[in-house]
Design a protein around this ligand. Sequence first.
Ligand code: ADP
Ligand code: ADP
Length: 236
Amino acid sequence: MIEVRDLQVSYGERTVARVPELDVRAGECVAIVGESGSGKSTTLLSLLGLTEGARVSGSVRVCGVDVLRAPERRLRELRGARVALVMQSPQAALNPTTRLGVLMRRALRLHGVAAGERALAAVCARAAEAVMLDPAILRRYPHEISGGQAQRFAIALAIALGAQVILADEPTSALDVTVQAEVVGVLRRLREERGLALLLVSHDLALVSTIADRVLVMREGEVVEAGPAAEVLARP
Ligand code: ADP
Ligand code: ADP
């Protein structure tokens, strides 16, 4: 699902991320860990061609799309439907004056997922259930739900659109501990039951150890360690 070779991202003269190799297959979770400023987010955003102003070289394939060479139209399709980008505060990205269900139906219609009102409603309800959200929540406005619910709504939307890859940048760092566990539970289930590929950026090693199969450690823009999660996290 994700195949990166010799990725190099620079701002001006400064190279902020160098990733020789990164693969995430269907049903697999890979985590990128490292201190703030080590190049994690830059790496993640470059998978969708979202590093504005940067010089990017190497090869990046996501869901079969050659990201560094694809026309903007294919990148929009990739971002809109096939890859879900889950950020720290999803609420900020939701239109505050529109009910969640309306937002979801609008997105589904836009991407031609389902036609009739009833079919749309069914897809929405199933997506909510897949992330363990009460479908009644779809009648609420974005500010009426919690951070954890918003995070799960963002994931539900991606699932309804048929996303095969989830890119998550510190998805739980704005949430309290019990809510973090819910979001992690949802991500884990999606990967096991639906074979989604999950790339997670986090500085939270406890979170990473509960979900990742493999881990890349970044430091000052370089991958300094990579391997199975149990091995990498056991090192001092
Ligand atoms: P995080 O540590 O959570 O990745 P940052 O504070 O590093 O967040 O970055 C937040 C946003 O600011 C990102 O969109 C990033 O691209 C941008 N950014 C970070 N550093 C710089 C910089 N030196 N110049 C311009 N934009 C930057
Ligand atoms: P992390 O996600 O590990 O916190 P980032 O990928 O956000 O790290 O940032 C890596 C480095 O790239 C940081 O030094 C940051 O300041 C720099 N950077 C990020 N975005 C920009 C940008 N738009 N312009 C210039 N520098 C940036």
